[in-house]
Every structure is written in C-alpha cells, then in structure tokens.
Design a binder for this molecule. Structure first.
Ligand code: ADP
Ligand code: ADP
Length: 224
C-alpha cells in the first residue's frame, strides 16, 4: 500500500546539506499497525509527514496504492490526503479561532460531506471521546491532554484508511494514553485502519505489530 524508495530529505544549512533522511526504503501493507521509534532528531516526524503527504522528500519515490504520489499534481495529492489520511500532530495543530466541535468538523467540510452528515459525525465523535461538554470551548480553554483528544477525534472524524500519529499520547496521562492505544487497536483490528505512529513508548509500540527504527535518518530495523 505504502512504498518508499530511496527517500532522501535534507535542508540546506550554511551551504551544506543537513540530511534528515538518508536512503530510506520501506513498505507498509494495508491493515498494518506500525510504530516508528528512534532518538530525538532521527527523522521520525519528517518520515511521518512525508508518508502523510504533508512534506516532500528531495529525492526518491513514494508509491501510495500504486500511485506515484510525488509526481502527482498538488490538487490530486491533496485529494488523496483528504480522502484517505488522518493525521494526529504532536503539537495538536488545532485552529485557535474554532471551537472544539468546529475543529472536528473541518476535515468533514473538506471532504465535502453534507451538513446533516457532518453534524451526526461530530456528535458521535464528541460522545465517543467524552468531550460533549467541551464542544463550544476554544482550544486555549483546554488542557494539553484535552487538546490532544480533540486532535485525535478530528483525525478520525473523516474515517481515514491510514491514521498517522506523531506521539499521540505524549501529552496524556497514562490512563488516557492506554485508552487511546486501545482505540487504535480496535480501529486497526475491527475497521482495518492502517496505523503508523511515532512513539517513544515501548508500551505503545507493543500495541503495534512491527517497529521501524530510525537512527540518524536511516532505517536500522524494520522487522517485528
Ligand atoms: P520532535 O519533537 O519531533 O523532535 P522537533 O523539535 O525536532 O520535533 O521539530 C519540531 C518542528 O520544528 C518540526 O516541524 C520541524 O520541522 C521544525 N524544526 C526542527 N528543527 C528545525 C531547524 N533546525 N530549523 C527549522 N525548523 C526546525
Ligand atoms: P524526530 O521526529 O526524530 O525528532 P525530526 O524529523 O523532527 O526528528 O527532525 C530530524 C532532524 O531534522 C532534526 O535534526 C531537525 O533539527 C531537522 N529539521 C527538521 N525540520 C527542519 C527544518 N525546517 N530546517 C532544518 N532542519 C530541520
């Protein structure tokens, strides 16, 4: 489903290339639940952003459902993102000017769903995540953990086939964290959602079936 071939990513720093990803080759099958691990600065977030079509490598190829996505026009790539991907950001990336309910609604608007359908889905998400009482609050009125929950609800509202999550439980307490991991497990096993999470937690990684380990921008392990 997802295949990365000879991916390189670098930034130009003082006339030199600072490599973030160096010759990354990876395959992730539909329905997998994988964890990306490695020290801070090893390229995990960058890799996740590239897989999620939010960033582009400088070199290499990315096949997503057999489409060579880096060769596609921006518009088609954005369509694939909207139709198939859900992204949970490490720093939430909620829209400050929108309420909790409106934030969860955004991907549904982009997807072009009807207002009645959107309302039902948003209500369902609020209920499922226990945040009905917060629906009219703005992100800055919530704790970090609550904002993360809203970010997760938003990512899942559009029923993505691929869920990409950057440290999804990083700001949650251990009980909330476990609940989110149980939810991911259920989504993966019952709904067949492909999940790719960046995590520092061995415990979180155990929910997945495979660990991809990065060190200095290279994949040093991609087995189970
Ligand atoms: P993480 O917590 O995953 O290690 P970082 O702190 O490395 O995240 O990066 C957070 C954000 O800051 C990322 O979006 C990244 O692109 C950006 N960033 C990181 N390092 C630099 C840098 N040296 N120059 C500019 N932007 C950076
Ligand atoms: P991780 O998620 O493993 O912490 P990242 O993918 O966030 O790693 O970052 C990998 C490296 O890329 C870091 O050294 C970071 O400083 C660098 N980096 C990220 N974004 C930028 C940027 N916009 N400009 C320069 N360096 C960056």
């Amino acid at each position: 489903m997802i295949e990365l071939k000879n991916i390189f990513k670098w930034y130009n720093v003082g006339g030199n290339r600072a490599f973030v990803l160096k010759d990354v080759n990876l395959q992730i099958q539909e329905g997998e639940f994988v964890s990306v691990m490695g020290p801070s600065g090893s390229g995990k977030s960058t890799l996740l952003h590239i897989i999620g079509l939010l960033d582009e490598p400088n070199e290499g190829a990315y096949l997503c459902r057999n489409e060579d996505v880096l060769k596609l026009k921006e518009k088609r790539r954005a369509e694939i993102y909207k139709q198939h991907m859900g992204f949970v950001f490490q720093a939430y990336h909620l829209i400050d000017e929108l309420t909790v309910a409106e934030n969860i609604d955004t991907p549904l608007i982009y997807k072009g769903l009807k207002s009645s359908e959107r309302k039902a889905i948003v209500a369902d998400m609020l209920d499922r995540f226990g945040i009905v009482g917060k629906k009219d609050l703005f992100p800055n009125q919530l704790s970090g953990g609550q904002q993360q929950i809203v970010g997760i609800a938003r990512a899942l509202a559009g029923k993505p086939k691929v869920l990409l999550a950057d440290e999804p439980t990083g700001n949650l307490n251990s009980k909330q964290g476990e609940e989110i991991m149980e939810l991911f497990k259920k989504l993966n096993q019952e709904d067949g959602v492909t999940i790719i999470q960046v995590t520092h937690s061995e415990k979180n990684a155990e929910y997945g079936s495979r660990i991809i380990e990065l060190l200095d921008g290279q994949v040093i392990q991609a087995g189970s």
